[in-house]
Unconditional design. Structure first.
Length: 231
């Protein structure tokens, strides 16, 4: 049987989501998905070498793609930055058809040997959000924005998983509070940077921060930054 890798990935993922709520992102769910699609396990492993881990990451990436598509279909220009971020996070959570799939993923990526994969997936989601809303930062702020949003996103997901309020109203209120907290911190930082008393002490750290650049948009280059070359 021959089939394009991308097509097989999508079919395996579609089949797996029927089993994950019961078996988790596990070998059992992976094997069941392969049987449902009608491929042997070796072929399934050819497109998902790490089996259920890669399958779970593919599911997360699918949610990211749905969020991006929805963001691009909407006119967000009238919104403030904080409103754009809240909208993007809401779209990301609404892309999940069954919270149990995320709950099982949280369990999987809480394991020490899979934690780096989970952290990378969250980082990539936050990077997509900032990129889609037009972030143009070109220094250390590129990292701090994404790191801060990763904290907000992670906390909101955990709250959302336990939220039984109608239409997840409590989750959206929780999200607004977390973004308010972040905006208060940013306001304080701006005041400190503009303080004539602190300005001489911040000159060195500010110069160093300006030398840190975002990573080049190259395959496989996710988190590390690069130092700005001297002129």
């Amino acid at each position: 049987m021959t089939m394009p890798d991308e097509s097989l990935q999508e079919q395996l993922l579609d089949a797996a989501v029927m089993h994950v709520p019961f078996d988790g992102w596990s070998d059992a769910a992976f094997d069941a998905a392969a049987r449902d699609v009608g491929v042997d396990i070796d072929m399934a492993r050819a497109v998902f070498p790490r089996g259920p881990v890669d399958l779970a990451l593919a599911y997360h990436a699918r949610g990211d793609q749905a969020m991006v598509a929805r963001l691009r279909s909407e006119d967000l220009d009238r919104l403030k930055i904080r409103e754009k971020i809240a909208t993007a996070l809401r779209y990301r959570l609404e892309a999940v058809e069954d919270p149990e799939l995320v709950r099982r993923g949280t369990t999987l990526f809480s394991l020490p040997h899979h934690a780096p994969d989970g952290a990378r997936a969250i980082w990539q989601t936050c990077d997509l959000i900032w990129t889609e809303i037009g972030d143009s930062s070109d220094d250390v702020n590129w990292y701090t924005k994404r790191a801060t949003l990763a904290g907000v996103y992670s906390a909101t997901v955990l709250y959302w998983l336990g939220d039984s309020s109608p239409d997840h109203a409590a989750t959206w209120a929780f999200l607004d509070r977390r973004i308010d907290d972040v905006m208060q911190i940013e306001t304080l930082k701006a005041k400190l940077r503009g303080s004539p008393i602190l300005k001489p002490f911040l000159a060195g750290p500010n110069w160093l921060a300006a030398q840190i650049k975002p990573p080049a948009r190259m395959p496989g280059l996710d988190l590390p930054g690069m130092m700005k070359p001297r002129k």
